[in-house]
Design a protein around this ligand. Sequence first.
Ligand SMILES: [Zn+2]
Length: 432
Amino acid sequence: MHEGDDSDSLLVRVSLNRRRALRWLVVPAVSPWWGTPALSWASVGRIASARIWPAQEYTRLILEAPAPIAHQLLTLKNPDRVVLDLDGIEITPELAQLPGRLQGSDPYISAIRFGQKSPGAVRLVIDLKMETKPQLFALKPVAEFGHRVVLDLYPVTPIDPLMALLEEMRATEPSTERDPAPASRIPARPDKSGRRRITIALDPGHGGEDPGAVGRRGTMEKNVVLAIARKLKGMIDAEPGMRAVLTRDDDYYVPLATRVQKARRVQADLFMSIHADAFSVPTARGSSVFALSEHGATSAAAKWLAQKENAADLIGGVNLGVRDPLLARTLLDLSQAAQINDSLKVGRNVLDGIGLVNPLHKAVVEQAGFAVLKAPDIPSILVETAFISNPEEELKLRSDRHQNKFAQSMHDGIRRYFANNPPLARTGTNTG
Ligand SMILES: [Zn+2]
């Protein structure tokens, strides 16, 4: 296409091994204006930050500016690339850094090039490793973020958590039959003793754009909860008759509804969201466990916390244009009394376990309207392992040894729950 050929001749080509060339070619060409503080930001747009969050599920590219960015997307083939035209924008050093932020391991992007198309118009060309399904949307300012333009690059065939689970099983169980079982049967397949395998969905909170709470030493909730979840997964997988699936195993954002959806697709017997609490005063401390509430929260603090956790979608960034309407309806229509009853039981067990390794913030399982706990048919709890805002607990959350202790204590709680409540006896919600 002409569009693509045009872009190739117009732009400074920047790839991973040409970072030096980027500095040399691009920076001097545009330095005169950003070196002039007298120039009004209002007259010309400024990209204040440009970030890339690569992950197998999708790679996200973010451009952030103090004012809305006029943008337009073009998809080109042979070779596969997407072109992002930005209007009313000049090239800033922040934007110039973007190609250098690209990782060679990025599953979808091979190179990023950009150039000044005309005064005030910038063209970004993203060379792809394969054909993708791009989603482009804007986010309004929230928390410390300004206006963001978000480009998500998804694989044409989405990565199916069920298929990923199947592959994982094949890798860990080489002796089992090779013929692919129908996907729907996979999670419920009995183990060698004839018992049904228990599947636990572990949900490390936040990720990518959303760091979650940040401790005084700069510890990010998204990182420590992922570390704890990975350790817990290892312990669960080593347990006969049990397996764990992570809703995210990397530093990228997964929308809250998608986390629930992933758990449902693997027919999880338990959904456990793992977090680290924060409060304005550093003395607040201790672990707590939460379940869903259908009618109001059990305390003002629980209500506040649920609101804070539910705001993750605003910070992490969700394309509201592609919300799964079927899922939204499922979550709205069903009574969740049975789920909540089971969640309180498993929550009690996990609280007892975690209370052995850390003081409890609240000795009872609290309830509030957490969006991530709304699977109608899966017992779901949210664990606030400790307060990252408490300097002592921040140290615990950072320490490998304590991460293991947290994981072990949750593992004990889960085991105790399933020993007393085998999944076959689980009170399922009739979705018919
Ligand atoms: Zn959190």
